[in-house]
Ligand binder design. Structure first.
Ligand code: UDP
Length: 408
């Protein structure tokens, strides 16, 4: 059996697809760079390691975001530290026993959180374990998976490291009491598959069975296939006719997939509908623009793929800041009404705006950070080897060869 040198516990929760995607990205990059040197475990802490009612957090989230006001209300109420700090202390007192059992079973050498509600409680549990001799001192790292507007509970001054995706997030970390050396800006961790070379756009279109001579618009409704997808396709078909094709990713929305697959558009616009796909990187590469809600993961992936981005909606609060990020960086637009969405697309694809459209794609590519996941993983690898991390000791450990270097 291969020797496992260090175990890394990634704490996520399936609230939206993004946290899981980030955890998977980190795990895949560890595997690629270090093989079996690290044993990376991904655990849904709320669902699998806390008692009721906390184990229903993921279900509650999906209910709340569908009822925007409820979500907005709890998000805003929890922002100030004087509210969330005592609240999470109370939660700690109710879940710490189960969490302690989880730590005893999993025995991590480094804990990584990719979730806004997994700082205060786990850090408190870890500290008490270290104090009572149940655990060696180990490091705790937060990898922020929101792009811009982040809830304050992401930031805990006692986290060893906090990896942020944007300068804006970095400022939020500072405002929440983190010190400069604790905060590291690499970008959002995106699955390594997005940074691998692919054939030309035309060849990719052919490989996916798309029309090779028409621009392709990728319409993504998130993992759940939400939003006014069908209406949007209808409007695009009406306004753009056979001058483009649309690929609709319906996610887990089976009814929508069925309806779109059966529909024929009189304008002759080719429409390809798919369910949840694992090769979304290939579809992005084959496409010429994307329409999506303002999810951080999808935006970061679209940037790596060099796509102009038309945002058609957002989860209240944490995705709001992603809209100005896209618009002000000149890589896209925001519009929720399907007829207007079709108008914007028509202008993007018109010969008059061709130059600006190409520029949008170039700016998008330039903003993408495909290397972020590797940089984060390299830093995490170091953190797993150096208990009670300080810059000096980490550097010494690397120089003394105590920290394995990436093998590839
Ligand atoms: N996704 C996918 N296949 C699909 C639909 C979505 O792999 O068919 C992925 C998408 O690439 C992204 C994630 O699901 O990585 C969605 O994350 P995002 O942060 O955009 O939104 P969330 O679902 O977290 O609100």
């Amino acid at each position: 059996t291969p020797k496992v040198s260090k175990r890394i516990l990634i704490m996520m929760s399936n609230t939206g697809g993004g946290h899981k995607a980030s955890a998977d990205a980190i795990k895949a990059a560890f595997q690629e760079k270090y093989g079996d040197d690290y044993d990376v475990l991904i655990e849904d802490i709320w669902k699998d390691h806390t008692p009721a009612p906390f184990n229903r957090v993921p279900d509650t989230y999906s209910f709340m975001v569908r009822h925007a006001f409820l979500w907005w209300f709890s998000y805003v109420v929890m922002q100030p530290r004087w509210v969330h700090s005592p609240y999470l202390r109370l939660v700690h007192s109710l879940v710490s026993k189960r969490l302690n059992t989880a730590f005893n079973e999993l025995r991590p050498d480094l804990v990584v959180s990719v979730h806004p509600l997994m700082q205060h409680v786990p850090i408190r549990v870890m500290k008490s374990r270290i104090r009572s001799g149940l655990s060696q001192p180990i490091n705790f790292a937060t990898v922020v998976t929101d792009f811009t507007t982040c809830h304050n509970t992401w930031f805990h001054p006692e986290a060893t490291r906090c990896f942020v995706p944007t300068e804006y997030c970095k400022q939020l970390a500072v405002q929440n009491g983190l010190k400069e050396p604790q905060i590291v800006l690499h970008g959002l961790p995106i699955r390594p598959i997005f940074s691998k070379p692919l054939p030309t756009k035309k060849m990719m279109k052919k490989a996916l069975g798309l029309n090779t001579s028409l621009p392709a618009i990728l319409l993504v409704g998130g993992g759940e296939g939400m939003g006014k997808l069908e209406d949007t396709v209808d409007q695009i078909a009406e306004k753009l006719g056979s001058s483009c094709q649309v690929v609709v990713v319906c996610g887990r929305n089976k009814r929508l997939l069925q309806r779109l697959s059966e529909k024929r558009y009189t304008s002759g616009m080719p429409v390809t509908a798919t369910g949840f796909i694992d090769n979304i990187h290939e579809y992005m590469h084959a496409s010429d623009a994307i329409i999506t809600k303002a999810g951080p993961g999808t935006i970061a992936e679209a940037l790596i793929s060099g796509l102009p981005i038309l945002l058609n909606g957002n989860v209240p609060c944490q995705e709001e800041g992603n809209i100005p990020y896209v618009v002000e960086n000149g890589v896209g637009a925001f519009e929720t009404r399907p007829p207007k969405i079709a108008n914007i697309l028509a202008s993007w694809l018109s010969p008059l705006e061709r130059e600006e459209f190409v520029l949008k794609a170039e700016r998008s590519k330039a903003l993408g950070r495909p290397e972020a996941v590797y940089k984060i993983v390299q830093d995490l690898a170091t953190l797993a080897h150096v208990p009670d991390f300080q810059w000096g000791t980490a550097k010494a450990a690397v120089e003394a060869g105590r920290v394995p270097q990436p093998t590839i």
